[in-house]
Write a protein that binds this ligand. Structure first.
Ligand SMILES: Cc1cc2nc3c(=O)[nH]c(=O)nc-3n(C[C@H](O)[C@H](O)[C@H](O)COP(=O)(O)OP(=O)(O)OC[C@H]3O[C@@H](n4cnc5c(N)ncnc54)[C@H](O)[C@@H]3O)c2cc1C
Length: 415
């Protein structure tokens, strides 16, 4: 039985592993390189907009069972909000059309046969080819499995894959798109309700976990970056934090829950994804119109999703690499022009912030997907976690939490 488990990285993968292991009574210490927990899923006070915002809008679906389970375990399940049923509002900026996609709750997709629920301009037969994504052939891209054009593609498949895989849809790994389709669309509306952390990611997903861990006697050491690991043939023997080296007892264990570029610098020869995609978020301090839906999908525009929060409108652009070098002011103006047009808000630019996460997720191509390692390593006391490990899911909150749970299970009961 492991004595102390050292978890490296306080992102969702590390925190979920810590929550699981402490629930089993294990002694855990979390080591985080930065001064804050949450990694890519965090809130911070932003001086430009004068409020606490998230680094990026994060959307969960009601079918993300590991994420919901994690929230229940940290006592924060009620902090996610969403509609009673799976409904998604859309606007097409080119045509001016607006519609609401409304899935029915059960697994039989009646919504496809109801013109008031399905994507406007489509017929039930258009949906048949989507079945090819359910169990796609190995190693293929989405563009090799389905035809990436037509109204259904433009109005449903492309926005879904872009949001879930953070990559131009035809290039995305069909295996990962398949998991999303199987775990959400194919299950029915009950698994597709959009959920957001209305009070922010920190207050919902991170701070309650830190409080729980503290109650369980776990110390989270911030600004404690792991610099190197010392290995013997069969186990990790020591953790080198620069100013301090922790020698591990033979029963101690390590969960390495850092991003792939950090993991490969700590483990020579580890194969892991090497390409990434950006996500761009624009945050604007302004009260959204009363009739504005909490989430609005936007087609034929730079903006992809508009999120409405009390006193703030925030915008998400996935696979936003083409916008990384656009001057910030120009980008804020361009985004706001579209938001104002769609929402009817004044064209004057409100206080704003642009957050560009260059390495938001690994590039979910078949080639990069093939580089993802599992949790098991050649060392008996070291398990890997992180959204980039081979969870079968794209880089998401759900994937990060499942990876943390899996690493915790491995450490708790090594085979
Ligand atoms: C802008 C944006 C929008 C997103 N939107 C969504 C969404 O809508 N829905 C969704 O499900 N997912 C979304 N994601 C993805 C989601 O945020 C990630 O999948 C998830 O947060 C990854 O968690 P993780 O723990 O695997 O990695 P990380 O969050 O990267 O955590 C790794 C941690 O390890 C620490 N670390 C690194 N090196 C060391 C070291 N040597 N020693 C100690 N600590 C170290 C890091 O500082 C970090 O805290 C989004 C991501 C971004 C960036």
């Amino acid at each position: 039985m492991s004595r102390t488990v050292h978890i490296i990285g306080a992102g969702l993968a590390g925190l979920s592993a810590a929550v699981r292991l402490t629930a089993l009574g294990r002694a855990v210490v979390v080591h985080e390189a930065t001064a804050f927990a949450g990694g890519r899923c965090r809130s911070y006070h932003d001086a430009s907009v004068g409020m606490t915002i998230d680094n990026g809008n994060h959307l969960l679906l009601s079918g993300n069972h590991a994420a919901l389970d994690y929230l229940r375990n940290i006592g924060a399940a009620d902090r996610l909000i969403g509609p009673q049923h799976a409904e998604f509002s859309f606007v097409d900026v080119l045509s001016g059309e607006r519609w609401m996609l409304r899935f029915n709750d059960g697994p039989v997709p009646f919504w496809i046969f109801d013109s008031r629920r399905r994507v406007p301009g489509t017929s039930p037969l258009d949906y048949l080819p989507l079945a090819r994504l359910l169990w796609p052939p190995a190693g293929k891209a989405v563009g090799e499995v389905i035809v990436c054009k037509g109204i259904l593609y433009e109005r449903l498949v492309e926005p879904l894959i872009l949001a879930a895989l953070n990559i131009d849809a035809p290039l995305g790994a069909a295996r990962l798109a398949g998991t999303i389709v199987r775990e959400t669309l194919a299950v029915g509306g009950r698994a597709c309700r959009p959920l957001i952390a209305r009070e922010g990611l920190g207050a919902t997903m991170i701070e309650p976990a830190l409080t729980l861990l503290q109650q369980r006697g776990t110390s989270v050491r911030f600004e404690h970056q792991l610099r190197a690991m010392r290995f013997s043939a069969e186990r990790v023997e020591a953790l080198d934090f620069g100013s301090e080296t922790i020698a591990l007892d033979s029963d101690d264990a390590v969960v390495l829950a850092v991003p792939p570029y950090a993991a490969t610098s700590l483990i020579a020869g580890l194969e892991a994804p090497t390409e990434f995609r950006a996500i761009v978020n624009g945050h604007f301090r302004i009260e959204p119109p009363l009739e504005q839906p909490p989430i609005l999908g936007v087609l034929n525009a730079t903006v992809q999703w508009i999120f409405s929060f009390p006193g703030r409108v925030s915008v998400t652009i996935s696979a936003g690499d083409r916008l990384i070098d656009t001057p910030r002011e120009e980008l804020a103006r361009r985004i706001w022009d579209e938001v104002a047009r769609v929402t009817g808000l004044p064209a004057t630019l409100p206080p704003w912030q642009i957050v560009r996460e260059r390495r938001a997720t690994f590039a979910a191509t078949p080639a990069q997907d093939a580089k993802r390692p599992g949790a098991v390593t050649q060392w008996r006391n070291l398990a890997l976690a992180g959204d980039w490990t081979d969870t079968g899911l794209p880089a998401t909150i759900e994937g990060a939490i499942r990876s943390g749970n899996r690493a915790a299970a491995l450490i708790a009961s090594p085979s």
